[in-house]
Design a protein around this ligand. Sequence first.
Ligand code: ATP
Ligand code: MG
Length: 349
Amino acid sequence: MKLRIAVIPGDGIGKEVVAEGLKVLKKLEELSRVSFEFKEYPFGAEHYLKTGETLPDWAIEEFKKFDAIYFGAIGDPRVKPGILERGILLKMRFELDLYVNLRPVKLYHPRLTPLKGKNKIDIVFVRENTEGLYAGAGGFLRKGTPQEIAVQEMINTRFGVERVIRFAFEYAKRSGRKKVTLVDKANVLTYAHDLWERVFAEVSQEYDLETDHYYVDAMAMKMIRSPESFDVVVTPNMFGDILTDLGAEIVGGLGIAASGNINPETTGMFEPVHGSAPDIAGKRIANPLAAILSASMMLEYLNLEKESKWIEEAVKRAIAENKVTPDMNGNLKTYEVGDWVVKFLEVVA
Ligand code: ATP
Ligand code: MG
C-alpha cells in the first residue's frame, strides 16, 4: 500500500524533529508492506520572508489529494506574531475544515510526571478546532484611543458543536474507551456553552458510554488531583488549547505531546503540539518524540493500527531506557533519539 504524505517541516525545531519522524517512517517501509511517497513543501518563516507568501490556495488544493499532512512547527522572532499562525496553521485548519484537534495525554513512564504517586494517566482530548474564540470574528472600536474597545466574538454553531461532540463519542466507542467528559464554562458563558451542554446531553443518549462534566476551572484542578479519572474529554477550542498544555506538562512536557487535526471527510494534518522553539533551534537538543508520536497517530488514522502501535512501543522503549533529550533529563541529541527509536522499532516490529 502506498501512502502519499505532504510534509511541511516549517521553522526552527520543526525541521529538526520532522527529520526524525521521517527517519522512523522510512524504517517502517523496510519492516512492513507500507510504503510512502513524501512531498516536501517549504512554507514557513523563511519562505515568507523571501516571498511574502504564507500558504497559497493552490497548496491547499494540492494537500486535499494527499492521504495526510505531516507538519513540524512554524514561528520565527523576525515575523510578527499572528502572521504565520493565521496564514499557515489556522488557514490549513479552516480551509481543510479540520474540526477536531485530537491530543492524547498519556504517561509513558512514571518518572515523567511531576505528580506524586500518579502512574496511570491516559486521556484523549478532543478539542474543537474551527470555532469558538479562534474563528477570527470581532473588531476594534475607536482603535488606538483611550476609549478603545476590542471585541473578540466566540462562535458556536449547532453544526460545529454537534459534529465535534459526536466525534468524541464515536472515537471513545471505536477505541474501547469508557467515558466522555464535557468541559465548558456554562455557568458564565450562558449562551454559548448552554448550547454545548444541550448537544452533549442529546448526543450521549445515542451511546452506551459513561459521561460526566466539569467547568474548566475545576477541570484544571482535577487534572492535577486525579488525572486518572479522565478518559475522553471534549471541549471548546480555547479551553482545549490551555488544558492540553497542562496535560502535556503532567506527562513529560511539550517534547512528547503529539496531535492530529482531523476531519474524517478530508485530509488530516498531524503535528507536535510544541512550536518552533527559537530558543533551542539549531542546538540539536529538541525532543523528537512529539513529532514521532504524531507520525504514529497519523498511521492510526490511516488505519495502520499495527504499524502505529509499533512506533508507539519503540518510543516507550526509548523512554524506558532513557534514550532521550535533555528536556526529559537525558543527554542525547535529537538525531540520536531518532536513531534509538529506529533501533527499537526493529525489535518490536
Ligand atoms: P508557539 O507560539 O509556536 O507555540 P512557543 O513560544 O509557545 O511557540 P514552543 O515552541 O511551543 O514555544 O515551546 C516553548 C518552550 O518549550 C520552548 O521555548 C522550548 O524551550 C521548549 N520546547 C518546546 N518543544 C520542545 C521540544 N520538542 N524539545 C525540547 N524543548 C521543547
Ligand atoms: Mg505555544
